[in-house]
Design a binder for this molecule. Structure first.
Ligand code: NDP
Length: 347
């Protein structure tokens, strides 16, 4: 059978912005004859995520991430349907997911490496397994719970950067449900600010591209900032930390503003910000969702319930076609998405 796949065409370089030209679409023939333990899957949805920027480098800088190889098929989070199986645990029609799904329209995969999903968890929104009822939702929920120290009745203010993105949009809603009296989002457009306040129930939103973050935060956070869910790092985060209260907590989730630069993770802070953290006893701890996978099952169930009961709203930006994987990735890295960036591969 003829299938399409996406391979790495070139690397952006450690200090380069990724471009759709770094990706190449190929047609190959796939022999659908299966060996014992294998399944044939048709890809339904693929995910593009910020960590993939590290995989575009020869050295990812992280021991848990392997680099993508030139001219090899790329991979990441995916969802698909089993069309043929020689694996006893899976049968045709099962919907399955994996963190290492090839960017390919059909693929032969090892059945044991796939996770069968329960469709009731997402009420038919299969792409949610890559976002709100997948690793993104876990990152938001467990990030807030493990590192945020949100306490009901404590009159806390939370700020979220990258707030209109996949993790950020969920983290802010979870902060509000868990008891923050004020949740402020920082993001890159007026349209995103409007969505945060009008659709997702954030108390206020700041456009970091056009507004003075410090002045706006002083205005909208009169009691200071207690919890900061940091997705972006850089100047945005330094401005937020400056407004933080004594004993506050920074959830160090990601630093996307630095991902096109050759700096260690987490990138160093300015002396001034270091001094603020120290003098105000603000705890800034790195959060890694993969360290909390023992809590995944219960947390995914909770996320599913929160979504079904409309306590959390899910936003997605969906692009169609495997030929647009590179375009979708680069668009997400520049802020083209509201909510989770998904690529739909087939119906
Ligand atoms: P998003 O859906 O948030 O997409 C990325 C967003 O980042 C863009 O939409 C853009 O929004 C924003 N952005 C891009 N460049 C900049 C910049 N220079 N300054 C400020 N904002 C910028 O992606 P995810 O939700 O998947 O990931 C969010 C963060 O969470 C990332 O840092 C990621 O690495 C991290 N992460 C961490 C995990 C963990 O275990 N710690 C697990 C998963 C993700 P805008 O228009 O607002 O600029």
């Amino acid at each position: 059978m003829q299938v399409q796949r996406v391979v790495l065409n070139s690397r952006p370089g450690k200090n380069g912005e990724p471009s759709p030209k770094n990706f190449r679409l190929e047609r190959i023939s796939l022999t659908p004859d299966l060996e014992d333990g294998q399944v044939l899957v048709r890809t339904l949805y693929l995910s593009v995520d910020p960590y993939m920027r590290c995989r575009m480098n020869e050295d990812t800088g992280a021991d848990y991430l392997t680099p993508w190889e030139l001219s090899e098929c790329l991979d990441g989070g995916g969802v698909g349907v089993v069309e043929g199986s020689r694996c006893s645990a899976l049968t045709g029609g099962d919907v399955v997911t994996s963190f290492n799904w090839p960017w390919q329209t059909h693929a032969v995969m090892i059945g044991d490496g796939l996770q069968k999903v329960d469709l009731q968890m997402v009420d038919g929104h299969l792409s949610y397994f890559l976002g709100a009822v997948g690793i993104t939702g876990l990152t938001a929920l467990l990030g807030v719970r493990e590192k945020g120290y949100v306490t009901k009745g404590a009159n806390q203010t939370m700020v979220v950067s990258g707030a209109a993105g996949a993790c950020g949009s969920l983290a802010g809603q979870i902060g509000r449900l868990d008891g923050c009296v004020r949740v402020v989002g920082i993001c890159g457009s007026d349209e995103k600010c409007k969505a945060l306040v009008e659709d997702l129930g954030f108390s206020a939103a700041v456009n970091y591209r056009s507004e003075d973050i410090s002045a706006r935060l002083q205005d909208i956070c009169p009691d200071g900032v207690d919890v900061y869910f940091d997705n972006v790092g850089g100047a945005v985060s330094e401005a937020v930390i400056e407004q933080m209260n004594k004993g506050g907590h920074v959830i160090l989730c990601g630093q996307i503003s630095q991902y096109n630069k050759d700096v260690p993770y987490p990138p160093p802070l300015s002396d001034k910000t270091q001094e603020i953290l120290q003098s105000r006893s603000i705890i800034r701890e790195r959060f890694m969702v993969l360290s909390y996978m023992s809590k995944a099952e219960a947390s995914l169930f909770e996320l599913s319930q929160l979504i079904k009961s409309a306590q959390i709203k899910v936003l997605e930006t969906v692009v169609n076609g495997i030929e647009n994987m590179g375009v979708a990735f680069c668009s997400m890295m520049r802020g083209g998405n509201i909510g989770k960036q998904i690529v739909k591969i087939s119906d």
